[in-house]
Design a protein around this ligand. Structure first.
Ligand SMILES: CC(C)(COP(=O)(O)OP(=O)(O)OC[C@H]1O[C@@H](n2cnc3c(N)ncnc32)[C@H](O)[C@@H]1OP(=O)(O)O)[C@@H](O)C(=O)NCCC(=O)NCCS
Length: 174
């Protein structure tokens, strides 16, 4: 598939049904991955192949959702969504689902490339992101890419019966 973007080690394709595989399904049912995601509940029933096809087949057409490819292999996704042209702002969300490659800096590289795409190609002036306060990997990724913490929302969401804090980050166009 044609890549839309590249960074030193990664390629970015438009996420579509061709990326929906048992491997991708296994990521979102992996408890270690699931705990960081906003869209699924950790102890809820596992997602099915139909759930995943439904999700990927019905992505918001206004969002830019990329499959992250390393050495021909799909390792995660990154999206730009909640695009607000009036305010020149959008939100990003990301997932490095293949745990055999976690800690290799791919999350950091992808967030860096997509943030630059927001500023250089989408004419945005601010990119925002949020993560759970216990998601150390995600916090480091944002800090390493020059995002500043702008908010700390106390007991903001319920994750499997427990109320947890959400951190809000933002980066302005340099
Ligand atoms: C969080 C996530 C994106 C990290 O991806 P990754 O490619 O492994 O991250 P990187 O290799 O770029 O690591 C970035 C930094 O975080 C650290 N890190 C990564 N995972 C970590 C973890 N579980 N605990 C503590 N630190 C961690 C790395 O050591 C690195 O820090 P350093 O440069 O100071 O050593 C990935 O684990 C993931 O997708 N998790 C599930 C979904 C999720 O939480 N998405 C983000 C929602 S906000």
């Amino acid at each position: 598939m044609m890549s839309l973007l590249e960074s030193p080690r990664l390629k970015y394709e438009k996420l579509s049904l061709i990326h929906v595989t048992d491997r991708y399904l296994s990521w979102i049912n992996d408890p270690v991955i699931r705990i960081g995601l906003e869209s699924v509940s950790v102890s809820g029933p596992p997602s099915t192949m139909d759930d995943l096809k439904n999700y990927v087949g019905n992505l918001d057409q206004k969002a830019h959702v990329f499959a992250i490819i390393w050495k021909e292999s799909h390792i995660g996704n990154i999206k730009i969504h909640m695009i607000e042209p009036k305010h020149g702002r959008a939100e990003i969300g990301y997932l490095i689902g293949d745990r055999s490659v976690s800690g290799m800096g791919f999350g950091t590289e992808a967030v860096g490339r997509i943030t630059r795409y927001c500023f250089e190609n989408l004419d945005l002036r601010k990119v925002t992101a949020g993560c759970y306060a216990d998601n150390m990997g995600s916090i480091r990724i944002l800090e390493k890419n020059g995002y500043l913490q702008e908010g700390h929302l106390k007991f903001h969401i319920r994750r499997d019966g427990e109320y947890i804090d959400v951190l809000r980050f933002g980066k302005l166009k340099p």
